[in-house]
Design a protein around this ligand. Structure first.
Ligand SMILES: CC(C)(COP(=O)(O)OP(=O)(O)OC[C@H]1O[C@@H](n2cnc3c(N)ncnc32)[C@H](O)[C@@H]1OP(=O)(O)O)[C@@H](O)C(=O)NCCC(=O)NCCS
Length: 138
C-alpha cells in the first residue's frame, strides 16, 4: 500500500468508477481541481483510491474541504479509506489549517463517524442523494 500525490486528471477514473458510474466523465470534474491537493492510494502498484483537498477561507479563517473521496469497490473495507483520510488530515495540519469539513453521503456517515467526524446542520439533497455536512477540528 503506497500513498502518492496525484494530478487532478489522475483521480478522474477512480472518481468516475466509484462516485458517478455510467454518468458523463465531466460530472466528476470539480471547479478548482487544478489548484487542489490530490492524494491517491495504490495497492500492488495500481491506483485504487483517491481524495482531494480544497482550501478556502470562511469568516477570515482558513479551512480545508475534502472532496471526491473514493475507493474502488473491489478494495473497500480493507482500511484504505481510513489511511487516505489520515494522510489528508496530516496534510491539513501541516498547512496549519484546523477545520476539515465536507459534504458526506448519508451512506458514508458511519465511516466518517468512526474516524471522529461529526455531522452538523440539516440534511440536504444533491444529485438525487442525501448529504449532511461533517467536520473535525484538527
Ligand atoms: C466511504 C469509503 C471511501 C470508505 O473507504 P473504505 O476503504 O471502504 O473504508 P475503510 O476500510 O478504511 O473503513 C474504515 C472503517 O469504517 C467502516 N466503514 C467503511 N465504510 C463504511 C460505511 N459506508 N458505513 C459505515 N462504516 C463504514 C469500516 O468497516 C471500518 O471499520 P473498522 O475500522 O471498525 O474495521 C468507500 O467505501 C467508498 O469509496 N464508498 C463509495 C463512495 C463514497 O461514499 N465516498 C464518500 C463520499 S462522501
Amino acid at each position: 500500500m503506497t500513498l502518492r500525490i496525484l494530478t487532478a486528471e489522475q483521480t478522474y477514473p477512480i472518481r468516475h468508477a466509484v462516485l458517478r458510474p455510467g454518468k458523463p466523465l465531466a460530472d466528476v470534474i470539480v471547479h478548482g481541481d487544478k489548484d487542489a491537493f490530490h492524494l491517491g492510494i495504490e495497492s500492488d502498484g495500481t491506483l485504487v483510491g483517491v481524495g482531494s483537498l480544497f482550501e478556502s477561507s470562511e469568516d477570515g479563517k482558513r479551512c480545508v474541504r475534502l472532496r471526491k473521496l473514493a475507493v474502488l469497490i473491489s478494495h473497500q473495507k480493507r482500511g484504505l479509506g481510513g489511511v487516505l483520510i489520515s494522510a489528508l488530515q496530516d496534510e491539513t495540519r501541516q498547512r496549519r489549517v484546523s477545520r476539515f469539513w465536507f459534504d458526506a453521503r448519508m451512506s458514508a456517515v458511519g465511516f466518517y463517524q468512526r474516524l471522529g467526524f461529526e455531522g452538523y446542520g440539516t440534511t440536504f439533497q444533491k444529485n438525487d442523494r442525501t448529504y449532511i455536512k461533517m467536520q473535525k477540528i484538527l
